[in-house]
Design a protein around this ligand. Structure first.
Ligand SMILES: NC(=O)c1ccc[n+]([C@@H]2O[C@H](COP(=O)([O-])OP(=O)(O)OC[C@H]3O[C@@H](n4cnc5c(N)ncnc54)[C@H](O)[C@@H]3O)[C@@H](O)[C@H]2O)c1
Ligand SMILES: CC(C)[C@H](C(=O)O)[C@@H](O)C(=O)O
Ligand SMILES: [Mg+2]
Length: 357
């Protein structure tokens, strides 16, 4: 039976990196006979330009009818001056929320070949393998009321609302506990329970569920300390679980431990295992169009797609092994380049992964 994959390249470097990931998927399809079928759609600035909105309802419906979605990135200076309701980023929030993709898995793994490219000393990061589980459809990103209002004295005030229901906390917590069971058995929940009531509730729910997972060692950490610990001694962590905004920030920090944000893939899953797969980075306007972006985070996101949504774990393993092989060959895009290696373009890196596969 064929598997329908919707491709949403988006903006900036999005189309450049997605092209390489699709080439890898097509090669895997030919080699292993996967029966993949591709369709392409618009999101972000590309959709604003074509339809006046960052994601049409028709495109959202099409995405939901596929088996999985692969996305590049959205946003860029061209659309920064638009009314905030039609910013490219709203398209991303609409697809995440519209498809119920509450569980965002962001694995930060250091490939040993990139130890020199990490921001930290090799001995601090060698063997690093962390999974950040980020709640993706709630919290301050979606809480109401929100907006910018004018006060009686004429001054403007911006406001957002940080809310989580117990049920929202419970389902992401279960995702994280189950992930910890399959990995190193350690779960660190990150909050700001010394200040924010919403995260006092977060902590309570995690503690209530903990006895159901006796094989998982649960700890709690305030987000400011967690940011510090991530760059001090990251290997103390196995699985980290946190809300939408803290997860956004901590995953970018974790990215640099692996050498570059261009190495960090992600999966965003709903209750039935349907998923959207995208690199954790953005549209990188500063390097867009130059053919130098690192496509590996997107290629690794495609591997996650095969593993989590299409039940093709063996093929995912083969793609990850191909990525490791090109790193063994010393090939590096500019962001992960270190002396003695061979600097390659986006397309050369993609072609090398295809060849290795
Ligand atoms: N998931 C997404 O679509 C997503 C994520 C983050 C930011 N954004 C959007 O992207 C735009 C730019 O945001 P930003 O500059 O804060 O973050 P960014 O992640 O786009 O870029 C941050 C830095 O990392 C570099 N970088 C990112 N990806 C890279 C790659 N694959 N290879 C090499 N270098 C890479 C960029 O060149 C830049 O210096 C904004 O409009 C933002 O809203 C989108
Ligand atoms: C572009 C933005 C809406 C998005 C987020 O904050 O979730 C991005 O930073 C990410 O990490 O995927
Ligand atoms: Mg982010």
């Amino acid at each position: 039976m064929s598997k329908k994959i919707m491709i949403l390249p988006g903006d900036g470097i999005g189309p450049e990196i997605v092209e390489q990931a699709v080439a890898v998927l097509k090669t895997a399809d030919e080699k292993f006979g996967l029966g993949l079928e591709f369709s392409e759609g618009l999101i972000g600035g590309a959709s604003i330009d074509a339809h006046g909105e960052p994601l049409t309802d028709a495109e959202l419906k099409k995405a939901g009818e596929c088996d999985a979605v692969l996305l590049g990135a959205v946003g860029g200076p061209k659309w920064d001056k638009l009314d905030r309701a039609i910013r490219p980023e709203k398209g991303l929030l609409k697809i995440r929320s519209g498809l119920g993709l509450y569980a965002n898995l962001r694995p930060a793994i250091l490939y040993p070949q990139l130890a020199d490219a990490s921001s930290l000393k090799p001995e601090v990061v060698s063997g690093l393998d962390i999974l950040i589980v980020r709640e993706l459809t709630g919290g301050i990103y979606f809480g109401e009321p929100r907006g910018i209002r004018t006060l009686e004295n004429g001054e403007k005030q911006g406001f957002n609302t940080y809310v989580y229901k117990e049920s929202e906390i419970e389902r992401i917590a279960r995702t994280a506990f189950e992930a910890a069971q399959k990995r190193g058995g350690k779960l660190c929940s990150v909050d700001k329970a010394n200040v924010l009531e919403v995260t006092v509730l977060w902590r309570e729910v995690l503690d209530r569920l903990a006895p159901e997972y006796p094989d998982v060692e649960l700890s709690h950490m305030y987000v400011d300390n967690a940011a510090m610990q991530l760059v001090r001694a990251p290997k103390q962590f196995d699985v980290m679980v946190t809300g939408n905004m803290f997860g956004d920030i901590l995953s970018d920090a974790a990215a640099m431990l692996t050498g570059s944000i261009g190495m960090l893939p992600s999966a965003s899953l709903n209750e039935s295992g349907f998923g959207l797969y995208e690199p954790c980075h953005g549209s990188a306007p500063d390097i867009a169009g130059q053919g130098i972006a690192n496509p590996l985070a997107t290629i690794l996101s495609a591997a996650m797609m095969l593993r989590y949504s299409l039940d093709m774990g063996d093929v995912a393993d083969a793609i990850e092994a191909a990525v490791s092989k090109v790193l063994d060959q010393g090939l590096r895009t500019a962001d992960i380049y270190t002396e003695g290696c061979k600097k390659v373009s986006t397309a050369e890196m993609g072609a090398a992964v295809v060849a290795a596969l």
